[in-house]
Design a protein around this ligand. Structure first.
Ligand SMILES: *Cc1c(COP(=O)(O)O)cnc(C)c1O
Length: 403
């Protein structure tokens, strides 16, 4: 689809996040279809992009939600996700969060430690219910990705090892207030190799078989998220190959596969549109200063992540420039050594692949209002979150000001 960026800049201002809802829907369908002939549930990992309208766009397709805080659970419900399609994961769920999750009757709580299992049991007992649980198992395989986004090794904080998981399943089975229905693993993000996923799936499927042997019947096989996307020239895992590797691993078992993609569904359906403010030359080094910054899109600063950046309607001789924002940090950049023609104030740049971990990681650092988000659907453009104002930023403080 071709997007009229100039028109959007004029109508909504810059910086602005733009989401292509049709693209996101297509991504959802491509994955759902890959699992055809197999019981499956896609639970969108809403931390990737938790705008209510984005979640609703997937909910209408039948998607569930993978949540990592009670706030995300409530967002998902508000956006129209069915409670019985909501998973609650995360290493540090509090007593209050667990209580609320049980009261909201979500599909299951994905438990990440023995201590959490005991607490969940206590909460379930107080409420007089049986909590459906899944246990996050750390299969100790190396996903060969960036260390910050790798989660399936023992050195990471996520999940429990296989022996501990077994003990937790047996404990849950014997508890009046716990119902062990699921098993979960998630080895990392931006995965572009199928082997580590296949290996992890085999390891976890074997665990399911050994649990079955002691009469613990798992129903949900949750393979996590992490499917990679193209930021530059990555060679991707094909959804069909992904689905087949998982189906092969669980052969002979009667399971519903749960898959929790975030980035795969949203990254390349999102654009950050920004305006050039100034160009400058420090010695031999060229800088292009734009109105978006690390507070709007943190990934380049945080992970040194690459995002393709292009100028709208401008030609000329290309030279390298660093695209930087107005924030007072040397680490504030959107792109380094990017080839660009000569630019001037008012030119528009598009930052690609900004639909995942873009707006959700944004902040108000430097008292910068968070930007507007717009959706494009069937050719129509609409606001799905208005630009913040200065008033929004000080609202929680001004009451307490003593001067
Ligand atoms: C972050 C996360 C996901 C989604 O990861 P993507 O790389 O965006 O697909 C899924 N499941 C869990 C448990 C996560 O923490």
């Amino acid at each position: 689809m071709s997007i009229n960026f100039k028109k959007i800049a004029k109508e909504f201002g810059t910086p602005v996040y733009i989401y292509d809802f049709n693209y996101m829907k297509e991504q959802y369908r491509s994955l759902k279809e890959a699992f055809e002939g197999q019981k499956s549930l896609i639970t969108y990992a809403i931390k990737a992009n938790s705008n209510l309208s984005v979640i609703a766009n997937f909910a209408k397709e039948g998607s569930g939600a993978d949540c990592v805080s009670i706030g995300e659970v409530k967002r998902a419900l508000l956006a129209g996700v069915e409670p019985y399609k909501i998973m609650f994961s995360g290493v540090g769920k509090s007593y209050d969060e667990l209580k609320e999750a049980l009261e909201l009757k979500i599909l299951m709580v994905n438990v990440e430690s023995q201590a959490e299992l005991y607490l969940l049991e206590e909460v379930a007992k107080e409420l007089g219910v049986e909590a459906r649980v899944s246990i996050r198992v750390n299969p100790n395989v190396d996903p060969k990705t960036h260390p910050y986004i790798s989660t399936g090794l023992h050195e990471n904080k996520f999940g429990v090892d296989i022996d501990m998981a077994k003990r937790m399943y047996i404990y849950s089975k014997n508890s009046q207030n716990l119902d062990p229905v699921g098993i979960h693993f998630h080895i990392g993000s931006q995965l572009t190799n199928l082997e580590p996923i296949a290996e992890a799936a085999e390891i976890i499927a074997d665990l399911v078989r050994s649990l079955k042997a002691i009469d613990i019947d798992i129903k949900f096989f949750d393979v996590g998220g992490g499917l990679g996307v193209r930021y530059s020239d990555e060679v991707l895992i094909k959804p069909k190959d992904y689905a087949n590797a998982i189906k092969k691993a669980i052969k002979g078992l009667d399971l519903t596969i749960i898959c929790e993609p975030g980035r795969y569904l949203t990254a390349n359906g999102g654009y950050l549109l920004t305006k050039v403010l100034y160009e400058k030359q420090n010695g031999n080094k060229r800088f292009t200063i734009v109105d978006a910054a690390m507070n709007d899109l943190l990934r380049p600063s945080l992970y040194n992540a690459y995002h393709r950046i292009e100028v709208i309607d401008k030609d000329g001789e290309l030279t390298e420039t660093d695209i930087v924002g107005p924030i007072c940090e040397s680490g504030d950049f959107l792109g380094k050594n990017i080839l660009m023609p000569e630019l001037e104030g008012g030119d528009l740049l598009v930052v690609y692949s900004a639909g995942a971990y873009g707006f959700t990681m944004s902040s108000n650092y430097n008292t910068r209002p968070r930007v507007c988000e717009v959706a494009i659907e069937d050719g129509n453009t609409r606001v799905i979150r208005r630009r913040e104002t200065f008033e929004d930023l000080i609202e929680q403080e001004k009451l307490y000001l003593q001067n």
